[in-house]
Design a binder for this molecule. Sequence first.
Ligand SMILES: N[C@@H](CCC(=O)N[C@@H](CS)C(=O)NCC(=O)O)C(=O)O
Length: 238
Amino acid sequence: MPTRLFSYRFPKGRKALVLTLYHCISARSFRVLWMLEELQLPYELRMLAFPPRAHDKSFLELNPRGTVPLFIDGETRMTESAAICEYLALRHSPGMLNVGVHEADFGSYLNYLHMGEATLTFPQTLVLRYSRFESAERLQPQVAEDYRKWFLSRLRTLEPWLATHKYMAANRFSAADISIGYALMLAELLGFAAQFTPAVAAYWQRLRARAAFERALTAQTNAAVAQGISPRAATEAS
Ligand SMILES: N[C@@H](CCC(=O)N[C@@H](CS)C(=O)NCC(=O)O)C(=O)O
């Protein structure tokens, strides 16, 4: 059963819409969940314990990499969170959460959409791995500390822009903000929020105050409880 159903006009030629998202609590798949809530699309949320490859081997048949998100829309299967955000924005709500090719900020929009994952989330995954996820003898506190600093120095580069702009592109909320916003959410889970520079901190407060962000948090908790999965994020496990 879809988690939520709204009256929805299907894209031309489509008879039914069943969007399915495989998700772990507060993992990168949260970007997709947040998009679905912003767009108020009907979807089915399937929760997995983290990491899926250790807890649910059958998931490897659906996604051999064992990673979330796995997003399914009919024949379409996608596993990259930023790409899925762009897909949803273009296919299911053109003009609402994307920036169009003919708009001045099109390039900035794409750049920030990908920066959220490739530049701002990647270093944090090394912090997670070498400070929390590896076995005790393989933990590398120095590596974790180096990548924490690296993440924060990359994040500081957003300060001048955010000191004079509310959003990353086109003066409106878009999928680029969801992509960057998830990196800030993860940073907060890792305990880095106190080191955010002032405009970045204010931006993060703006994003997390959105009703759709709150709905996404509630949806993942409710779905986890209903499906017998712990509602705690893996980042909180240790
Ligand atoms: N670049 C991908 C990364 C996907 C990814 O690595 N997801 C993590 C969760 S945040 C995962 O599933 N890790 C489990 C594993 O590596 O086994 C994206 O943006 O979606």
